[in-house]
Write a protein that binds this ligand. Sequence first.
Ligand SMILES: O=C(O)CCC(=O)C(=O)O
Length: 255
Amino acid sequence: MNRASAQGTQLDTLRDRGYVVVPRFVRADELVRLNQAARLQLAARADPIEFEADLQYPGAPPSRTAVGGETVRRLLDAYGREPIFAARSRAPELRAWMESYFGESVLMSRVHHNCLMTKHPRYGSLTNWHRDIRYWSFAQEDLVSVWVALGAEHIENGGLWFVPESHRLEFTADRFDEARFFRADRSDNAEVLRSAESPRLAPGDAVFFHCNTLHSAGQNHSDHVKFSLVHTFHGRSNSPKPGSRSASQAEVALT
Ligand SMILES: O=C(O)CCC(=O)C(=O)O
């Protein structure tokens, strides 16, 4: 299959299923440089950083002063902190992919995601079921994130889980808790979650997912930190709501 028809199939899969894995999205030489930069960035611990203790998701240390309390969850503003991360978010093949999906030119938000996600053994938390739209305020609920696995990702080291086709389901507000996590304790929600799947990602694979796709991730039971680079895009005709957090930082136009 040539590149154009492979991309067409991937776009159809994203539209139908709410997520799609694109194998070997990042070339091996770039992946080596991304991994080197990721490890240097984690060692340097330069701001802005989100700590596991800040969010208090299940498994996180109770405070920054507790044992494991300095465990990093996200190295924020990947775009601003490291040129190779910025270059990855503006890569021509990624731009082409997103433009084909949205049917117009695209922008990248710097407000949420735009980060290097780290998931640490022992103190890394699990993330309960949610839709990423909880992070955003946009005119249309139509944003797509791309999650690049810098190493292997699977159930044992806290890989992502997705509910296929959940981006098209309509739920009343009471199906979610006050933090907008999908309530797994409800029998109707549990039925939805029965079809969840966790794709294994090889280093350099990318998973594209819609902002309304239900997803979650477990804890890291391996001995190694898991690194993933995550950015979110939307079409030019879709705008952050004025005054919202989504509108609080200038976006990056992919040109
Ligand atoms: O790696 C994780 O714990 C999941 C992260 C996630 O789903 C998110 O940031 O929206």
